[in-house]
Design a protein around this ligand. Structure first.
Ligand code: SAH
Length: 354
């Protein structure tokens, strides 16, 4: 068992079972033993790889998309250029390099990074220090100013709760101790006002996930965009309404039991984009678009060709494989979706439809 696992076994033996959300929060962000608190989990040597780590084209196109939205809205200055959960800072570094030629964009931008992990803040300082970023723990601390924001694989890391339909009520999935090991259990059934709208599309035994911590984050973003202008691109795996149990643990690029290595495996769950869009009320939201279609509309094919000219051999093969990995439906192209937020009086950001 991991150090956090031992700690949880001792704690749960006295306090009783905890929710999946409390378990996720401890596993990911426990101050001493949390997964993100203690390490840089990205890349081949880590546990998972993300789109910006696969190819520079991802961050470049996101950067140009935000810069075009900024131009379309009349170049508001100053404005906040923000990222939620920037990982190693790779996406933002690529976005900034690609937008260096957009007149006035860098001069008006104030870089703001929302990051909980001290280890990853260090990596972001290395990648982005020249652009003088400000860091904060929550999106609520973003300046009251025009906001152009990207969040890639951020919302999937926010804790979820899981409920199983039982009659007109719900049993919550919990984590407790059985025979000296962590194990899943269920609470007694109870009615739940927050899930009334799911009584229509679920049946006995169906599992529904909720993600309360996402709501204040979306509201903080949407209020700024509605009031001051801006745009947000939210990229993640999931769907308009993600059905069933999507809790997953990844360690060394392999799926495993979410209870196997608390604090040493990445824990995520699919994003329910309908819930995010609903919480964005003061801002407009775009149609949910697959990552593959979004990147193609932004011109990834042309960018890939331009980069390929300078490559040969293994580097060219890797570049072609990376392009395919980002866009093909059988790879990341369909599972990953993009939701855009923008002011109601403006057109949606490039690559996305009303
Ligand atoms: N966007 C990056 C990294 C994705 S991993 C990429 O695409 O490569 C998730 C990121 O979100 C990490 O930087 C992690 O430390 C951060 N994170 C996770 N939960 C968070 C929280 N509750 N508050 C702030 N940052 C969080």
């Amino acid at each position: 068992m991991t150090p956090l696992g031992d700690l949880l076994l001792r704690r749960l033996a006295t306090t009783g079972p905890i929710t999946v959300a409390d378990y996720m929060a401890d596993c990911l962000l426990h101050p001493e033993h949390g997964y993100y608190t203690t390490r840089d989990p990205l890349g081949a040597a880590g546990d998972f790889t993300t789109a910006p780590e696969i190819s520079q084209m991802f961050g470049e196109l996101i950067g140009l998309c935000l810069a075009q939205a900024w131009l379309d809205q009349g170049k508001p200055a100053p404005f906040t250029l923000a990222e939620l959960g920037p990982g190693r800072g790779t996406l933002m570094a690529d976005a900034l390099r690609a937008t260096a030629g957009v007149p006035g964009f860098h001069a008006a931008a104030q870089l703001h990074l929302v990051e909980a992990s001290p280890a990853l803040r260090q990596a972001q300082q290395t990648a982005l220090g020249a652009h003088h970023p400000t860091w904060s723990d929550t999106a609520g601390d973003l300046p009251d100013a025009p906001l152009f924001l990207i969040a890639n694989e951020f919302f999937d890391a926010l804790p979820i709760r899981q409920f199983i339909r039982d009659g007109a009520g719900w049993r919550e999935r919990q984590i407790g101790v059985q025979d000296g090991a962590l194990s899943f259990g269920l609470s007694a059934p109870a009615p739940l006002a927050a899930l009334t709208h799911r009584l229509d599309d679920t049946q006995q035994g169906d599992l529904v996930e909720t993600r309360a911590p996402a709501t204040p984050v979306i509201q903080a973003i949407a209020h700024r965009i509605a009031r001051h202008g801006g745009a947000a691109l939210i990229v993640d795996y999931g769907d308009w309404r993600s059905p069933g149990d999507t809790l997953q643990a990844l360690r060394r690029h392999q799926h495993e039991d979410p209870l196997a290595h608390p604090g040493a495996a990445d824990l995520t769950a699919h994003v329910d984009f309908e819930a995010l869009a609903t919480a964005a009320a003061p801002a407009a939201f775009t149609r949910l678009t697959t990552q593959g279609v979004f990147l193609e509309r932004l011109g990834i094919a042309q960018r890939a060709q331009a980069l390929a000219v300078k490559l040969s051999g293994a580097a060219l093969d890797a570049h072609i494989a990376a392009h395919r990995r980002l866009t093909l439906p059988s790879e990341m192209g369909s599972l990953f979706k993009v939701l855009g937020l923008y002011p109601k009086s403006n057109p949606p950001p490039p690559g996305l439809d009303e």
